[in-house]
Design a protein around this ligand. Structure first.
Ligand code: PLP
Length: 273
């Protein structure tokens, strides 16, 4: 496996990042997960815009987007695969212990792994922990992901693939790595970004393409929604067939099936060569 590290393509086994990198010591870093089909990256410009927004939010220098584009292309060329997940990691760089962020400038890593198309339906659980819609990190795609790891372990323990959070005022927010949509009386809704969820790229495309409404929703909407689905770069649009103990046996329902169809038809038009 060849990866990109700070300006060069290298063998993954030989590439070295300092043990004093601020990304490792304090989780001071950002990431993006992108999907690549036959060497072409889906929605690359949107991902790079979000990376830049996140860098500004975290107070990191703007990433060199020309380098990131070159890195993605080089990594995909060196590791050909039909369906890949690219991971861009951008951290605060090396800092002596106890000091503030790096004197060396940021660290940029781009790596790729194989992935497969996700099943059309999945199970989710709700978790008792909350997303803080007023945190300094809200909306930034940071590498501080441990809370999601804990929540996901809870989901996996219950035979589910995703855990859903409410925010501090009890509104439905998002999953550990996905956004959530619900159908109520035939209308499609998703929590607004002000709920504390990540501005997911798949979410934005689905809102644009289906006219879904951005609505504050209490968490218990999941007990009565006619349909529920998740969106993310690796899930695309994925119907939910079980929420905690509640079965939605007809998943994907008609509104979800339509969103899946629209997404599949249009998503191919946003591939960057
Ligand atoms: N919410 C969180 C917390 C995420 O980490 C992700 C993706 O990793 C998403 C939502 C979905 O975003 P996207 O559609 O851009 O992949």
């Amino acid at each position: 496996m060849r990866i990109w590290l700070n300006g060069e393509l290298r063998d993954a086994d030989a590439a070295k990042v300092s043990v004093l990198d601020h990304g490792l010591t304090v989780g001071d870093g950002l990431f993006e997960t992108l999907k690549a089909q036959d060497g072409k990256v889906f929605a690359l410009t949107r991902h790079l815009d979000r990376l830049t927004r996140s860098a500004r939010g975290l107070g990191l220098p703007d990433p060199d987007l020309d380098e990131v584009r070159r890195a993605c292309a080089a990594v995909l060329e060196a590791n050909p695969m039909p369906l890949g997940r690219l991971r861009i990691t951008y951290t605060g760089g090396v800092s002596p212990l106890g000091s503030e962020r790096g004197k060396t400038g940021p660290t940029l890593v781009v790596a790729v792994g194989q992935t497969t198309r996700r099943p059309d339906t999945t199970a989710v659980v709700t978790v008792p922990w909350v997303r803080n819609e007023r945190s300094a990190l809200t909306g930034l795609k940071t590498t501080s992901y441990a809370e999601n790891v804990v929540a996901l372990a809870r989901a996996h323990g219950a035979g589910a693939s995703e855990a859903l959070f409410a925010n501090t005022v009890g509104q439905l927010c998002e999953g550990t790595g996905s956004n959530v949509f619900v159908v109520l009386d035939g209308e499609l809704h998703t929590p607004p970004v002000a709920s504390g969820c990540l501005a997911g790229i798949t979410r934005a495309l689905v809102v644009e393409w289906t006219g879904a409404k951005e609505t504050d929703l209490p968490l218990d909407v999941l007990e009565r929604a006619d349909e529920v689905f998740l969106t993310s770069t690796l899930r695309d649009v994925q119907a939910v067939h079980r929420i905690d103990g509640r079965l939605l046996t007809a998943a994907p329902g008609p509104v979800t099936a339509k969103a899946m169809r629209i997404f599949d038809e249009r998503a191919g038009s946003d591939l960057d060569p």
